[in-house]
Design a protein around this ligand. Structure first.
Ligand code: BG6
Ligand code: MG
Length: 217
């Protein structure tokens, strides 16, 4: 029986996954190579510095200096933040607001489980900063997805056992993290990238509280 719903943020509640991609692609282009949408799937859900390591690997570039890596990651983050600072409540993805309001009214606990250190800024911009019962983001964890820490911490903050939690995720790393946490993992997006999920939905346009039972079957 599901008692709590944990939402990834980037690519699930808001379409910021595209801003991450654009910023990483711009950085790759500056370094003389390209980043395809397929390659970008590997970066989804992963922390900023780990994503940079994957990007450098894709470009066949070796950088040993931590300071140099920090500089590149900061540059990417500044480009990314230019976009998220323009966000507004209407940028919440279709169906999400209605669904989370319904969940609250039906006494489900709801949380955010994100690897991002920018989650607080985004939630503020879209007007959901005091909406969730728990927000666990990149500032609160030591290991990012696919490690289950973020989701286990969210369950702990909600005071609900992992087996009663359902996670919505758009990243393969996030599905892996949710499964490792012993939770039900529902992929949001394209099945090709989320085949390890318990179920995959294209988006939230047809999802409501009544359907949670169907998702758990
Ligand atoms: C995740 C995104 O939510 O957060 C990743 O899916 C991103 O693509 C990660 O790298 C870290 O985000 P940030 O905002 O701290 O750089
Ligand atoms: Mg995501």
């Amino acid at each position: 029986m599901i008692k709590a719903i944990i939402f990834d943020l980037d690519g699930v509640v808001v379409d910021t996954a595209i801003f991450h991609y654009q910023a990483w692609k711009r950085l790759a282009n500056e370094m003389g190579f390209d980043l395809t949408p397929e390659q970008n799937e590997q970066l989804k859900g992963i922390s900023r510095l780990e994503s940079l390591d994957i990007l450098l690997d894709i470009g066949g570039i070796t950088i040993d200096s931590y300071e140099e890596k920090q500089k590149l990651a900061t540059k990417k983050n500044e480009w990314y933040r230019e976009n998220i600072l323009k966000m507004k409540p209407s940028d919440i993805l279709p169906g999400v607001r209605h669904f989370i309001v319904d969940l609250k009214n039906t006494n489900y606990k709801i949380a955010i489980g994100s690897s991002s250190k920018n989650a607080g800024t985004i939630l503020e911009r879209i007007g959901l900063d005091s909406f969730f019962d728990a927000v666990v983001d990149g500032t609160k964890i030591s290991k990012s997805k696919p490690d289950p820490e973020v989701f286990l911490k969210a369950a702990e903050e909600l005071n609900i056992a992992p087996e009663y939690c359902l996670v919505f995720e758009d990243a393969a790393a996030g599905i892996e993290a949710a499964k490792k946490a012993g939770m039900l993992a529902i992929g949001v997006g394209d099945y090709t990238n989320l085949s390890n999920a318990d179920k995959v939905i294209p988006d939230f346009s047809n999802i409501n509280v009544m359907l949670i039972d169907n998702l758990t079957k």
